[in-house]
Design a protein around this ligand. Structure first.
Ligand SMILES: Cc1ncc(COP(=O)(O)O)c(C=O)c1O
Length: 378
């Protein structure tokens, strides 16, 4: 581990030819990191972990169908995916019940969050969101001089939609919501979310991040896409990185009115690769793989939450593949001790406290994790 740490430090410092600033590190890491973690990630490259519970990845993916599709499309690797992108938009438009003009594809939904951050951030004013949440859009908007207005979650670590509505100001340009929310995993009743979007989208654009929606049972999956169909100012984003297990292939999309799609697309940076599109196409509608992931995730999550209950930790009720809880000792210390055992997790700063977020791996991995907790006696 020591060699890898030194290698990462020197590689970052030398190849960049720049002082090793926190923002440089942040930009080199896919996931936004908070104050507590900045130095940690310099020392521990995530890829070095035997058990990766730090990025809400799907340990069962890619599905067999996706793997086969990637192999079969390799011979097209010399061709730009122009037509394939168009075809994929048509497939997604059909799935969502809109036209292809309502769809933008990105190299992961992260790219689309960044693009929205640029498009709205350039207008100045502010972007508003619950806090803590997935910060990528707001971080980008801040780079372009917009203000990030934050509204704390409620005592159950859920988005507080009443408080959020009350914080819309004359210069609020966009409201970011995330249901279920990352990092807390909590879900708000879609009826509440829908009426919030209906009311607020008359004044400002709402960006609804639904990255983890498919971890709910199919009958509970209520998307805000209906509001797009009603021509509301709502942007819905989805990803193939989570339930479909394609995080490394990079593909996601948004559904929105064509004028919002055009507004965002001006700042688009890339298009998904032939392989990403092929894998995504093969994964859509693979109900067997999705329920396998959902069931195994629920079983492994239950192992963790039972442990947290037994030890009387406070945690958010998770509907996703991660759990957010308040440790009884330093989160950074816990993260470092686990890292030395080859297990990666994340920490968060919130309300003058440090919190841990643990992604759900396989049941075996969660067993190793809870045993490690026992050994640490935290
Ligand atoms: C809420 C949320 N939105 C978007 C993303 C970005 O995912 P991707 O760029 O892989 O689609 C993540 C990644 O963890 C996330 O948690």
């Amino acid at each position: 581990m020591q060699n890898r740490r030194n290698w990462l430090k020197s590689t970052l410092a030398l190849t960049a030819g720049l002082p090793l600033s926190a923002s440089l590190v942040q930009s080199l890491l896919a996931a936004p990191v908070g104050e507590t973690e900045k130095n940690f990630w310099l020392n521990y490259p995530a890829a070095a972990f035997k058990i990766r519970l730090n990025a809400n990845e799907n340990p069962y993916g890619p599905s067999e169908k996706a793997r086969k599709a990637v192999q079969e499309i390799l011979h097209e690797g010399n061709r730009y995916p122009f037509d394939t992108v168009g075809e994929m938009k048509e497939i997604l438009a059909k799935k969502e019940g809109v036209t292809p003009d309502h769809i933008a594809l990105g190299s992961g939904s992260g790219e689309l969050l960044c693009v929205a951050g640029v498009a709205f951030g350039l207008e100045g004013g502010s972007v508003l969101s619950g806090f803590p949440t997935f910060p990528m859009l707001m971080n980008y908007a801040e780079v372009f001089q917009a203000r990030w207005d934050k509204v704390n979650l409620n005592e159950n670590l859920e988005f507080d939609y009443t408080a959020l509505a009350s914080q819309i100001k004359h210069d609020t340009r966009l409201v970011f919501i995330c249901n279920p929310n990352n990092p807390t995993g909590t879900l708000v009743d879609p009826k509440i979310v829908k009426s919030f979007c209906e009311e607020v989208s008359g004044k400002v654009t709402v960006y609804a991040d639904e990255a983890y929606l498919e971890f709910l049972e199919p009958h509970q999956q209520v998307s805000m896409v209906d509001l797009v169909k009603q021509n509301k100012n709502v942007i819905v984003s989805r990803t193939f990185s989570k339930i479909y297990g394609l995080a490394g292939l990079r593909i996601g999309y948004v559904v929105a009115k064509p004028d919002l799609i055009r507004k965002m697309s001006r700042y688009g940076m890339s298009m998904p690769s032939q392989t990403a599109i092929a894998a995504a196409k093969a994964s859509l509608g693979d109900d067997a793989f999705m329920s396998l992931t959902r069931n195994k995730n629920a079983e492994a999550r239950q192992h963790l939450t039972r442990y947290l209950d037994k030890k009387k930790y406070f945690y958010g009720k998770s509907h996703t593949n991660f759990v957010f809880f308040e440790p009884k000792s330093s989160a950074l210390q816990i993260m470092t001790t686990l890292a030395d055992k080859g297990i990666g997790i994340r920490t968060w700063d919130y309300q003058q406290k440090q919190w841990c977020r643990i992604s759900i791996g396989t049941l075996d991995e969660m067993n190793v994790l809870t045993k490690a907790f026992e050994e640490m006696r935290v």
